[in-house]
Design a protein. Structure first.
Length: 164
């Protein structure tokens, strides 16, 4: 989180583009950090209290599979999530930020030490892209994509995944 954040330069004559300041980006970075730190200790309720999800929220989890839409915050699911992520720590690095109009995109590296899915505590490093949309002055998370490929894989390994 020690990278200098630079919003994209826009033509000052383009009055249609909303202004997203460095302060806006810094606030989104901090919000993302705080919400995900709560997630890693199993506090999904705190995550949702901090993070406003868009009605059209989509997610591509690091475990693969079809993209998800929306978020099930039923009491049963929230209870399961409390036990799925446990005893975690969280830190992240901002790779880059992009902004245009009322959209802000953060490209991040997330690093956690946590118990996930009943497995013993281990390191998790994720490449993450999140998209926020400003609606009536409120930032909403509308997309999250994460993968576990920070260490890289060979073309043969990627091909094996594609064949599954």
């Amino acid at each position: 989180m020690n990278k200098i954040v630079r919003p994209l330069q826009r033509d000052p004559r383009d009055m249609s583009a909303s202004s997203i300041s460095e302060r806006d980006i810094a606030a989104l970075v901090q919000l993302h950090h705080d919400a995900n730190a709560a997630w890693m200790v199993g506090d999904a309720r705190r995550y949702l209290d901090l993070m406003n999800l868009g009605e059209d929220f989509t997610i591509m989890t690091p475990f693969g599979g079809q993209p998800g839409r929306g978020f099930d915050d039923s009491p049963e699911r929230m209870e399961r999530l409390k036990h799925y992520f446990r005893n975690g720590t969280f830190r992240m690095e901002l790779v880059e930020s992009y902004s245009s109009g009322d959209l802000a995109v953060l490209a991040l590296i997330e690093r956690s030490e946590a118990e996930v899915g009943g497995l013993p505590r281990q390191s998790w490093a994720l490449r993450v892209t999140v998209v926020f949309r400003r609606e009536a002055g409120t930032w909403r998370l509308v997309h999250r994509h994460a993968d576990t490929l920070l260490g890289g894989i060979s073309v043969e390994e990627a091909a094996a995944f594609a064949r599954r």
